[in-house]
Structure formats: C-alpha cells, structure tokens
Design a protein around this ligand. Structure first.
Ligand SMILES: [Zn+2]
Length: 155
C-alpha cells in the first residue's frame, strides 16, 4: 500500500474505516477534476480490485462527507441518551477491568457537560471513535473506544 494508513488530523479516517462486506480497511481516494468544485474525496474497500482472476469486493464507496456526518450523528446520539450512557459508564468505572474503567472515566468527563454538535470536532473524534464499519446504503456501525456500537444511517 502506498497510502499512509494511520489517522492524522488531516486524514482522521485512515485505518478506521472498515468494509462491512469483507472486513478489510477502506482507503482514501481523491476524485479530481479540472473544476475544483467537483473534487470529491471518497473511501472505498481496499479489496475492490482483487488479484487477477478473482472477483473484488462488491461493497460501494462512500463519500467522506458521510463519514463526517456519521461521527456528528453518533456524538449527538450519545448526548441525547446521556442519562443511559452515564449510568452505564458509572457502573463500568466501578467494576470493569482497568482499561474499561479508564475509558469509562474518560467518557464521563467528556460527555457530562456535552452539548449536541453541528460540525465535525477532531478532538472529540479521536477521543471517542475506534472504527466505522461501512455497509451498503450509507449504513455505518460506529464503534466507540469503550466498546459501544452505534448504528447510523445517513439519508
Ligand atoms: Zn470489502
């Protein structure tokens, strides 16, 4: 792979977007155009084009705007269900293993005074998102770093 596949501030999804059809990672592709307004960034399965003679993965690509929106929706779902999550994390910070306790405390601190967001927030993103599993139809299962999975469908 020639592409950098670790996440950075400029490329927050690298290595974190997983194909729901075959389980491999998605890679970033820039669709260029002479017209800058038509430039698009998409993510698609790295197994889309398999070795000769074998069929590649049939999962569709996804626009990076959808991934940004999936994060925003996920965060807002947590905020809307704050009472539920707080109770869960408080229980985990008492009884889970060391890592889960640590994560639960982190999430409690972050979400306690949280408000819904309208725009992507890179700091929160890196603190709460483990991975995003992409299925057809813009359905994404977002896994949080403390283990919760949130299903998001972007219209
Ligand atoms: Zn795939």
């Amino acid at each position: 792979m020639s592409e950098i596949d670790y996440a950075t501030a400029n490329n927050p999804f690298a290595g974190r977007v997983i194909c729901g059809a075959c389980g491999s990672t998605f890679g970033r592709k820039v669709w260029n155009s002479t017209d800058e307004r038509l430039r698009r960034v998409v993510w698609r399965c790295n197994k889309k084009y398999e070795v000769k003679g074998k069929k590649g993965c049939g999962n569709k690509h996804i626009d990076d705007k959808i991934l940004y929106q999936a994060f925003i929706n996920t965060f807002n779902v947590i905020i809307e269900n704050k009472a539920y999550f707080m109770e869960k994390w408080k229980a985990e910070s008492q009884s889970g293993n060391l890592l889960r306790r640590y994560k639960a405390d982190e999430f409690i601190k972050m979400i306690a005074d949280g408000e819904p967001i309208k725009e992507f927030d890179i700091d929160i993103y890196f603190k709460i998102i483990e991975k995003m599993i992409v299925f057809e139809g813009n359905k994404i299962i977002v896994t949080l770093l403390e283990g919760t999975e949130v299903e998001v469908v972007i219209e």
